[in-house]
Write a protein that binds this ligand. Structure first.
Ligand SMILES: [Zn+2]
Length: 336
């Protein structure tokens, strides 16, 4: 996948190509921006572009270097596993050791740290030392969606590359044309994921419209039991990534999606009631029903439901028992 295959980040790509064309690579970069929009993917393409044997600022995808990087089998390109809950000092010590060795075959050794906010204080200080004495043949790429949680001294040593989410309308077209999602699913995912392509793609092979509608229906039906909720949440499990090693985190991800889907329903009712055009609705597939509900409920009822959902989301972050959460939610939604 060359730069041209990464959609919606043209300005970032032009900037990165400029560094290569003008031969002014920094020793360290910080790729910062919302989660799930392709920062880590861009870091990998940048690593390929830096080392591509064709020497053009766009990786060729076919030389030995590009192919090895794509297969995660290049001896000079190191990526810290983002699944680990924290980046231990051993990783950074290893990086320190490696960074001063000559590359085996690449122009530059590349070190990618995909979730830099997971550096603990010891590993962050160790990394800072490395950044203070840049190695001439290496590039470190830090990637994060929480730049504020990094040491200011680390940030100041990096060239910052800011990423923004792409516009939902653009993402909708992309999902429809490039990823062949049917129009209603493309619309829902583009707006629900707020323009984050990486997030949208996690759902691409699931029957997302059926799953999200089952959630909305089960939460709104007075007859729904906690088993119905559990079933609806289970359907969302692939969302947090099939290769996620942490089962608990996967469940929390599904639960988070569950509440966010409910929030999207009430948000849509709110917008319609406020007279906002229906094109921006997340649940556009249920436009007529949303209109009917919007005509019946009061603003204060919708605000109350949204408030309950937002407290539930907060509880998930604080690891509150999920069964309790669902009982609480049933009460809240029914009384709306
Ligand atoms: Zn190449």
């Amino acid at each position: 996948m060359a730069f041209s295959n990464i959609k919606g980040h043209d300005k970032v790509i032009e900037r990165l190509k400029g560094f290569l064309r003008e031969n002014r690579l920094a020793g360290a970069y910080l790729f910062a921006g919302p989660k799930g929009i392709g920062k880590a993917l861009m870091a990998l393409e940048f690593a390929k572009a830096i080392n591509c044997e064709k020497g053009s600022p766009d990786p060729c995808d076919s030389c030995v270097s590009c192919v090895r990087i794509d297969k995660n089998a290049h001896p000079d390109v190191h990526i810290i596993d983002p699944q680990d809950p924290e980046i231990k000092i051993e990783y950074i010590r290893q990086l320190q050791k490696e960074i001063n060795l000559k590359p085996y075959e690449a122009r530059k050794k590349i070190f990618i740290i995909p979730a830099a906010e997971q550096l603990n204080s010891a590993s962050a200080s160790c990394l800072l030392k490395t950044l203070e004495e840049p190695a001439p043949n290496s590039v470190i790429i830090l990637v994060t969606d929480k730049p504020a949680s990094l040491l200011k001294t680390i940030i100041s040593r990096c060239q910052i590359i800011k990423f923004s989410a792409i516009l939902p309308g653009y993402l909708e077209r992309l999902l429809n044309t490039d990823y062949r999602l049917e129009p209603q699913a493309a619309h829902f995912l583009a707006y629900f994921c707020e323009g984050r392509l990486g997030h949208a793609l996690l759902w691409k092979d699931s029957d997302i419209l059926v799953a999200k509608n089952a959630i909305i229906d089960s939460a709104l039906s007075p007859k729904a039991s906690s088993g119905d909720y559990a079933l609806a949440i289970e359907k969302l499990s692939p969302v947090s990534g099939a290769n996620s090693r942490n089962r608990l985190e996967q469940e929390r991800g599904a639960l988070r999606s569950y509440f966010n889907i409910l929030a999207s329903w009430f948000r849509d009712i709110y917008l319609l009631k406020a007279g906002i055009p229906s094109g921006g609705l997340i649940n556009l597939d249920r436009k007529d029903e949303l209109r009917r509900v919007a005509g019946k409920v009061k603003f204060s009822d919708i605000e109350n439901a949204l408030q309950q959902i937002s407290s539930s989301l907060l509880c998930i972050e604080q690891n509150v028992n999920t069964r309790l959460l669902l009982t609480h939610l049933r009460w809240a939604i029914r009384s709306t």
